[in-house]
Design a protein around this ligand. Structure first.
Ligand SMILES: [Zn+2]
Length: 153
């Protein structure tokens, strides 16, 4: 099955069978996953010094203040790095290659970076610094993945 057909069956970029993302056992990052289900992108922001950080931590990595809060961001970002994956890293991806993985740098969160898939043609040319925007991909299992698509900016 081609990547396009697999995605069309589920309306997801990658086929079924991948482990669902889950909040950490200590629930530190619950808000991130709950926000994604609401189609909101959030990162931590220190209430004392204003530093953004992701993934979630118990303290601000800059000033060590406790309990950084959650801050909604726009979902606008730029491609920092990328990879076209040709070899399936999981059995569920056996017929899904190639697909694109990007590291993006958020535009309004102090340069915080995240990893996701770049939607669209897996053979498309990918340009570093290209503008992208977050897409919330709802899964039938109840979670939402944050993916990225090229933005018309
Ligand atoms: Zn701080």
């Amino acid at each position: 099955m081609s990547n396009d057909r697999a995605a069309a069956n589920r309306n997801t970029y990658l086929p079924a069978g991948m482990p669902a993302p889950a909040a950490s056992r200590d629930a530190l990052d619950c808000e991130f996953y709950e926000a994604a289900r609401r189609h909101e992108l959030v990162v931590q922001r220190c209430g004392k010094c204003g530093t953004f950080q992701f993934p979630a931590e118990w303290i601000c990595h800059k000033c060590h203040a406790f309990d950084p809060g959650w801050h909604r961001v726009s979902g606008r970002a730029r491609i920092y790095s990328w990879e076209r994956v040709w070899h399936p890293a999981h059995p569920a991806l056996k017929n899904a290659c190639p697909y694109l993985v990007v590291v993006v740098e958020l535009e309004d969160a102090g340069g915080v970076r995240m990893v996701g898939n770049l939607l669209g043609d897996p053979l498309q040319e990918v340009r570093i610094d290209a503008a992208v925007e977050a897409v919330f991909e709802d899964h039938p299992e109840g979670h939402a993945l944050i993916q990225w698509r090229l933005a018309a900016r």
